[in-house]
Design a protein around this ligand. Structure first.
Ligand SMILES: C[S@@+](CC[C@H](N)C(=O)[O-])C[C@H]1O[C@@H](n2cnc3c(N)ncnc32)[C@H](O)[C@@H]1O
Length: 390
């Protein structure tokens, strides 16, 4: 496909998303119907679509419309690309600029601060209060594509050994300061999932801050550990690689754990999946990890639609669920054990405020440690609070 034809495809997909489709189904639906597109085309189109979603507010303003075409025009304008050379209307290229579009693109434009930062107005006060001086740099970072990180399964091989094996597969990586187990992929990321290192369970795709969070957990061999909001099991697997544990995984939506069996098999880890009713029966646990459902504001680079879909009502509902999960699981922790509360949120209302509310109601719980990560640390935004009783 030509660069212009890729733009046309991105415009079509963005319009489907604007009409209500989620990004992933819109992209895969387009790919299924467009067999002529090679893997390079699909990757480039995906990149165009996700850039437009991350920068939806500013690109709509720059391009003159919150439509697929407006967003792509806005992105090209921000990048300083010669638009007429691409919007020719020839073959599969987008139609030439209308007079109105030409006039909008030619007129000088000064974006309001929150528009330029692609920040929803209603969330700005909370994000500013939570991030302080980091607000603008973090919002700017969230406009950029996230790096691809691998977690090395250190139960099987050293980071250096795996880096060498990956290099032999043509995948370039470098270690990162944020986590001892993480490698940032700097070349050929698309080869990972078909490569031997991945198939043999030597690596998993996992954000570096997510790995740093697991590194901060006080895990020791022989402990009984529950991952209460396990989802796909990324953190269960990272915990399994850290120490020989008796490890249980639970999720309110068990189908979310459907890949955990095969992933654990690849990694050589043993993880027992529990239904909700089975959780108290296996208590007490030495450590309970609560990777609770949240706004996902720390991972808006990877899931940018969530930035625009979040509402005050949904945020309030999430904080209720978070507090409820803390209440329900705290009694399952063994005396001297650890309750580890985590979110991939940047918002204090989902982080420190939830812990403060929990401790106000349960003064017997003490805060041992709190960690905050933002995209300025390289990975996604995360929060971790470690609590003990007594
Ligand atoms: C942030 S995700 C977990 C991600 C996962 N730990 C990982 O590392 O890949 C939150 C998970 O919590 C689950 N969840 C939502 N409400 C819950 C509840 N009340 N109890 C337990 N799990 C819940 C969701 O289904 C979702 O899979």
């Amino acid at each position: 496909m030509t660069p212009a034809a890729r733009l046309s495809a991105a415009i079509e997909i963005l319009d489907r998303i604007r009409d209500g489709s989620a990004a992933e189904p819109a992209l895969s639906g387009w790919a299924r119907a467009s067999r002529f597109a090679g893997s390079g085309d699909r990757a480039a189109i995906r990149d165009l679509v996700f850039t437009a979603l991350r920068c939806r507010r500013s690109h709509a303003a720059l391009g003159g419309a919150d439509s697929g075409r407006g967003l792509i025009l806005g992105g090209l304008r921000e990048a300083g690309t010669e638009i007429d050379a691409l919007f020719t209307g020839e073959r599969h290229a987008p139609a030439p600029l209308s007079e109105a579009e030409r006039a909008h693109l030619a007129a000088p434009i000064e974006l309001d601060r929150l528009v330029a930062l692609d920040c929803p107005d209603w969330l700005a006060p909370q994000l500013e209060a939570s991030l302080g001086a980091d607000f603008a740099p973090v919002m700017e970072a969230l406009r950029q594509r996230a790096p691809v990180f691998l977690r090395v399964n250190t139960a099987r091989a050293t980071v250096a050994e795996v880096q060498e094996r990956l290099a032999a597969e043509g995948i370039a990586t470098r270690p990162v300061a944020l986590s001892k187990t993480a490698l940032e992929v700097t070349g050929n990321a698309r080869k990972i999932q078909n490569g031997a290192c991945y198939r043999e369970g030597l690596v998993e795709l996992q954000d570096a801050a997510s790995q740093a969070l697991v590194e901060a957990l006080p895990l020791a061999p022989g402990q009984k550990v529950l991952d209460y909001c396990a989802g796909g099991g990324g953190k269960s697997l990272a915990m399994a690689a850290r120490a020989a544990l008796t490890l249980y995984a639970h999720d309110a939506a068990p189908r979310r754990m459907r890949d955990l069996g095969p992933r654990a098999g690849r990694a050589g880890a043993e993880i027992v999946q529990l239904a909700t009713a089975e959780v108290p029966g296996r208590a007490p646990y030495d450590l309970v990890l609560l990777d609770v459902p949240c706004s996902g504001s720390g991972s808006w680079r990877r899931a940018p639609e969530a930035k625009w879909a979040l509402t005050p009502e949904r945020l309030e509902e999430l904080t209720r669920i978070q507090s409820d999960i803390l209440e329900k699981t705290a009694p399952c922790v063994a005396g001297g054990g650890t309750l580890a509360y985590a979110t991939c949120s940047l918002l204090a209302v989902e982080n420190g405020a939830r812990i403060a509310a929990f401790r106000a109601a349960h003064p017997e719980w003490h805060l041992v440690e709190e960690r905050r990560f933002t995209p300025l640390d390289g990975g996604d935004g995360f929060y971790l609070a470690l609590l003990t009783r007594g």
